[in-house]
Design a protein around this ligand. Structure first.
Ligand SMILES: Nc1ncnc2c1ncn2[C@@H]1O[C@H](COP(=O)(O)OP(=O)(O)OP(=O)(O)O)[C@@H](O)[C@H]1O
Ligand SMILES: [Mg+2]
Length: 241
């Protein structure tokens, strides 16, 4: 479904991604983990051509999209839930969802709205409220709902667990799992390696702009190097005291 080949991106003289290759098969849930500044957001933004890339190719559904502009990529069936959610706080929940569907005809938007309210009941209950009034978890659901308004085949998720309590993080991931089970292809990037790998089938580890490890998510979760570097404090407290 998605194939990123030898992608390199720099910000001026600073190289953020070097020769990154990632692939996601249709229906797959793939997580890419990496610490602060590894280049995760850069990868997703450059797949969507929100920022340009200096080298490499991106192929989606068998078609090269390397030079396609973002609206065309969205039209082609890809959507992104950006880092920090970026919901429109002063607009209502309903208006936020409508913004997500702005490229679609009105009757379709109406239909999608109902689908989103079924999928996320809390959004239906609060459709008339200002989005800024929602809790962090509800805002994340709204950001996901907004991305789904274009009926994407593939969803790029940037740091869904950011700033959320563990129970809420679980709720978000359960929702993603449900979406994946309906056939949605997911590429997720996270610092929160435990959750990201628990829910994915395959994973990648990005460090300083390079892929240093990849494999089955369950194997990465068990990998000592991954544990030490990414599963954090808990592991260190248990094993490295
Ligand atoms: N607009 C920018 N201009 C210059 N440098 C940038 C810009 N955005 C990111 N960078 C740099 O590129 C590198 C990768 O950043 P990126 O935001 O992709 O990392 P990340 O893995 O998403 O980090 P985080 O987990 O904190 O979200 C970092 O060194 C960062 O400082
Ligand atoms: Mg980021």
């Amino acid at each position: 479904m998605l194939e990123v080949k030898s992608l390199s991106v720099s910000y001026g003289a600073v190289a953020a991604l070097m020769n990154v290759s990632v692939h996601v098969a249709e229906g797959e849930f793939v997580s890419l983990i990496g610490s602060n500044g590894a280049g995760k957001t850069t990868l997703l933004n450059s797949i969507m051509n929100i920022i340009g890339h200096s080298k490499g190719t991106v192929t989606f559904k068998g078609k090269e999209i390397t030079k396609l502009n973002t609206p065309k990529i969205v039209k082609g069936g890809m959507a992104i839930v950006p880092e920090g959610r970026r919901i429109f706080s002063n607009m209502t929940v309903k208006e936020n969802l409508e913004m997500g569907g702005f490229t679609r005809p009105a009757h379709e938007v109406k239909e999608k709205l109902e689908q989103m309210y079924d999928m996320f009941p809390v959004l239906g209950e609060r459709h008339d409220q200002t989005a800024g009034m929602l809790s962090g978890g509800e805002q994340q659901m709204l950001a996901i709902g907004r991305a789904l308004m274009t009926s994407p085949k593939m969803l790029l998720m940037d740091e869904p667990s950011m700033g959320l309590a563990p129970l809420v993080i679980k709720e978000v991931y359960e929702k993603l799992k449900l979406l994946a089970s309906t056939g949605l292809t997911i590429l997720l990037v996270e610092q929160n390696a435990t959750m990201a790998l628990k829910y994915a089938q395959r994973g990648y580890v990005l460090e300083n702009g390079r892929i240093i490890l990849q494999g089955k998510a369950s194997e990465l979760l068990g990998d000592n190097e991954v544990k030490r570097a990414y599963l954090g404090k808990e592991y260190k407290e248990k094993w490295e005291r």
